[in-house]
Write a protein that binds this ligand. Sequence first.
Ligand code: GH3
Ligand code: MG
Ligand code: MG
Length: 345
Amino acid sequence: MVADRRIVQTPEGVPDGGNRLAPHNMGATAVQVLIADDSPVSRRLLEAVLRNWGYQVITVASGTEAWEVLQRRDSPRLAILDWMMPGLSGPEVCSLVRARQDQPGSVYTYIILLTSRNEKDDLIAGMEAGADDYLVKPFDNSELKVRLGPGRRIVQLQAQLLEAHDALREQATRDALTRLWNRHAIWEILTRELSRSQREGIPLGLVLGDLDHFKLVNDTYGHIAGDAVLREVSARLAASIRSYDAAGRYGGEEFLIVLPGCDEASVVQTADRIRTQISARPVPTQDGVVSITASFGATALPKGSLAAPENLVRAADVALYKAKQAGRDRTVWQPFSTPLTNIAG
Ligand code: GH3
Ligand code: MG
Ligand code: MG
């Protein structure tokens, strides 16, 4: 579920919160309704009635305009479409909306068709085009009110469902202690960014970081203080990267950072900026003030190269090992070379 923004922020596309209706006690005032009718009289009548019931109303005079409104990110979730309109007809708009609904992350639009034809074949065609309900003109207001009820309930249920879905996704992809991506999610992001680098011919930087002598922190200040240090270090790390970079908790006190578009110079510079941010000031905890440093291994997939994620991680791991060996609190660069097995395979 990934849009125009660089995709690394989400392991899978998640529609943003702005698209959501309030899940509880959704009053009529919160609900937007689109009215599409080419007759100004019938449009105004409907608008007046719906406003009177507390709905927010958007009116348009053609199917083409209706389709435009319904494609917006914050489009109304309820739509009343006249059957016959200039441009696209009501059923044609329905078909377009339903075709789009199959895309991941899309929200449901509840559609009521208005028709003055009372022939069964027409109604079946309208429902087959994806309408949820229909009203035969002329209708009275109480009938309209009753027909809108299920629409509101469905829209509300879907908002709740999406919210639950987001909460589950958050649980499944975020590390509970640090709020960074968890191991599975950062791996997925790395895999996807590798494909993208290859496709777009851009380099991809990768950094593996590990806190220095962290066992000693636990032994000296206790596990609770250790957790507080991990949280603070993660916050400093997250604040040191660009919005389209991604940082994940790879292991206990190990972090994996994916840097799209970064070559040797920028990946080393970024890793070292993160390193200095982390150790810039000691971390206050309830059990004492803890000084902390970290070591970093940096590598990059050169543009136009191919690599499996594990190969790139291995190169970063080699660099990290060298950083530890050389005395910790430093960044070491390791050039990435495609393993021979990869070329052969
Ligand atoms: P080095 O500089 O070589 O990396 O030394 P180190 O002590 O950091 O490395 P080692 O791998 O020996 O120890 C890692 C420690 O990190 C041990 C483990 O208890 C601690 N740790 C891992 N996950 C957590 C956690 O979630 N909370 C806390 N408090 N400690 C953790
Ligand atoms: Mg360590
Ligand atoms: Mg470690």
